[in-house]
Design a binder for this molecule. Structure first.
Ligand SMILES: NC(=O)c1ccc[n+]([C@@H]2O[C@H](COP(=O)([O-])OP(=O)(O)OC[C@H]3O[C@@H](n4cnc5c(N)ncnc54)[C@H](O)[C@@H]3O)[C@@H](O)[C@H]2O)c1
Length: 445
C-alpha cells in the first residue's frame, strides 16, 4: 500500500501530471504558485480573502515579486486558477500551506491560521496526497500539529499521505534572487515524504537542500532569521557606543568589511521591520521554555532592536535643541520612508510608524513621505495613524519642516535636492554620506 501510493504520486510529479494547491496567496504563496505553475504543474490557489480573488481575476498582481504579465501568462495557459472554495483541495495531489504565523498580543506564537488550514485540508484529505508547510514556525509544528490534525482522519502519514516542511526564503525587493533561484531546504516525515518533497520542489526551483527531519528544516529557517536579528542588534549597539566616542559606525563597517574572511557586514538602522525578523525569533523563545532553556541572545537582540526608535528620536530632539534651539514638542518633522526597507511598499512592523508615534507622544508633529506608500493603511498597532497621506516632496514643503528624519533610504528620492532645502536632516541609513552629500546640517543617528 505504502509503496504504491508513493510510486503513483512520484510518477505524477515527474510527469507534471500532479496538481498543486497553494493555500494562502500572500507574499509567499503567490510567487510560489507562479513558480510552480511555470515549472509545468497545474496550480490552484486558495485564499479566504475575496479581494485577492477580484485582483487575480483581473490579472492584477498585488505582490511586487509577481508581475501582471507573469500572472496573466500562467492564468491564460490554464496552469493557474484561484478560489475561496476549499472543495477543490480534494483534486490536489500536493498541498502547500503558506498562511500567516504571527505573534499574539502577548508575543506567543499564533498558530490558529495553520490549525484552521490543517482542519480544512483534513476535510478533503485522501490517500496519495503530499501536504507541505511553508509558514515559519517553531520546530515540531509540522509533525505535532499539522500531521496530528491530518491523522485525525484515520489516514496515516508515510503510508496513506505524506507530510513535509520547506521554509520560505523570499527577500522582498531583491533584484538578484527570486523564488526559483533561491536554494530551497526540504524535509519530510520519513524517507518517502522526503523523496516526494525533493522531486516536487526540485521541479520548481533550481536547488533543493534536503535535511533529515521536518523539525530540522523548521530550525533552519529560525536560525537564519535569528542570525540576522542578533547581528543587526550588535551593530545597533556598536552604533550607540561609537557615537558617544565620536566614531562613525558606518565608516568602521566599511573598513571592517574589507577583511576577506571571518566578517560579514550588517548595518544599523532605526529598528527592525518586516514580517519575519522582528517576529520569528520569538517562536523559538516560546518553544525553548518547554525545555526550561533561556534564549538570552534572542531576547537581548529583541530588546536592543526595539529600543532603536526611541534612541533615534532622542538624537533628533538633541539635534533640534542644539542646532536650532528648538524643542521637539514645538517642531514639525518629516519622516522620510514609511516602508521597513528600501524600494518596497511593505510597512509591516516598520519602525517608521513607531518613530511617528514617539515624536507625537513627545508633543511634536510628524508627517511622512514615501514614494511607495501613498496613504497609511489600517494597522492593528497604529490605528491613530490610519489614513495619513504621503507629503509631496517639493522644496516648499520640505522647507516647512524643522527636520527631516530619514528612516528608509529609497533609491528614487532626490537626496541632493533634499540636502539643499531641509533645515536639519537626521539620517539613520547613512544615505547622504554614501552619496557624497555630507554637510553640517546632516547628522547620523
Ligand atoms: N513575507 C515574507 O517575505 C516571508 C518570508 C519568509 C517566510 N514567511 C512566512 O510565510 C508565511 C506567510 O507569510 P506571508 O508574508 O505570505 O503572509 P501574507 O499575509 O502576505 O499572506 C498570507 C495569506 O494567507 C491568507 N490566509 C489567511 N488565513 C487563511 C486560511 N485559513 N485559508 C486560506 N488562506 C488564508 C491571507 O488572506 C493572505 O492572503 C508566514 O509564516 C511567514 O512568516 C514570509
Amino acid at each position: 500500500m505504502a509503496t504504491s501510493t508513493f510510486d503513483t504520486l512520484l510518477q505524477k510529479i515527474e510527469t507534471r501530471a500532479a496538481r498543486a494547491g497553494i493555500i494562502g496567496l500572500g507574499y509567499v504563496g503567490l510567487p510560489l504558485a507562479i513558480a510552480v505553475a511555470r515549472s509545468g504543474f497545474a496550480v490552484t490557489g486558495f485564499d479566504i480573502d475575496p479581494g485577492k480573488m477580484v485582483a487575480l481575476e483581473a490579472r492584477r498582481s498585488y505582490i511586487d515579486a509577481v508581475s501582471n504579465e507573469a500572472l496573466a501568462t500562467e492564468i491564460e495557459a490554464g496552469r493557474f486558477q484561484a478560489t475561496t472554495d476549499f472543495v477543490g483541495l480534494a483534486e490536489c495531489d500536493i498541498i502547500i500551506i503558506c498562511v500567516p504565523t504571527p505573534l499574539t498580543k502577548h508575543r506567543d506564537p499564533d498558530l490558529s491560521f495553520v490549525e484552521t488550514t490543517s482542519r480544512s485540508i483534513a476535510e478533503h484529505l485522501r490517500p496519495g496526497q503530499l501536504v507541505a508547510l511553508e509558514s515559519t514556525t517553531y520546530p515540531g509544528t509540522t509533525d505535532d500539529i499539522v500531521k496530528v490534525i491530518l491523522e485525525g482522519t484515520g489516514l496515516k502519514s508515510g503510508a496513506d499521505f505524506f507530510v513535509g516542511f520547506s521554509p520560505e526564503r523570499e527577500d522582498p525587493g531583491n533584484q538578484h534572487y527570486h523564488t526559483a533561484t533561491i536554494p530551497k531546504v526540504v524535509a519530510g516525515d520519513g524517507a518517502e515524504a522526503l523523496a516526494l518533497m525533493k522531486a516536487f520542489y526540485g521541479a520548481a526551483v533550481s536547488t533543493v537542500v534536503p535535511v533529515s527531519s521536518n523539525a530540522t528544516a523548521e530550525a533552519v529557517k529560525l536560525t537564519e532569521n535569528i542570525f540576522r536579528s542578533v547581528n543587526i542588534a550588535l551593530v545597533n549597539e556598536l552604533k550607540t557606543v561609537y557615537a558617544a566616542m565620536g566614531i562613525d559606525v558606518w565608516e568602521v563597517i566599511e573598513a571592517a568589511k574589507t577583511k576577506p574572511f571571518g566578517y560579514m557586514p550588517f548595518y544599523p538602522g532605526p529598528g527592525l521591520g518586516g514580517h519575519c525578523i522582528p517576529i520569528d525569533p520569538f517562536y523559538l523563545t516560546w518553544k525553548s521554555r518547554e525545555y526550561e532553556l533561556p534564549t538570552r541572545f534572542i531576547e537581548l537582540a529583541g530588546e536592543i532592536n526595539s529600543a532603536m526608535p526611541r534612541y533615534v528620536v532622542g538624537k533628533l530632539a538633541e539635534a533640534l535643541d542644539m542646532r536650532a534651539g528648538k524643542a521637539l514638542s514645538r517642531s514639525r518633522v518629516l519622516v522620510l520612508g514609511l516602508a521597513y526597507k528600501k524600494n518596497v511598499a511593505d510597512i509591516r512592523e516598520s519602525p517608521s510608524l513607531r518613530l511617528i508615534e514617539i515624536i507625537e507622544e513627545r508633543g511634536g508633529r510628524a508627517d511622512y513621505h514615501d514614494p511607495f506608500v501613498a496613504e497609511i493603511p489600517p494597522t492593528r498597532e497604529y490605528q491613530a495613524l490610519k489614513g495619513r497621506k504621503s507629503v509631496t516632496l517639493t522644496p516648499e514643503a520640505v522647507a516647512g519642516y524643522d527636520a527631516v528624519l530619514v528612516a528608509t533610504d529609497h533609491d528614487s528620492v532626490d537626496y541632493a535636492a533634499l540636502a539643499k532645502t531641509a533645515a536639519l536632516i537626521v539620517d539613520t541609513r547613512n544615505v547622504f554620506n554614501r552619496l557624497g552629500l555630507s554637510a553640517d546640517h546632516i547628522i547620523k543617528a
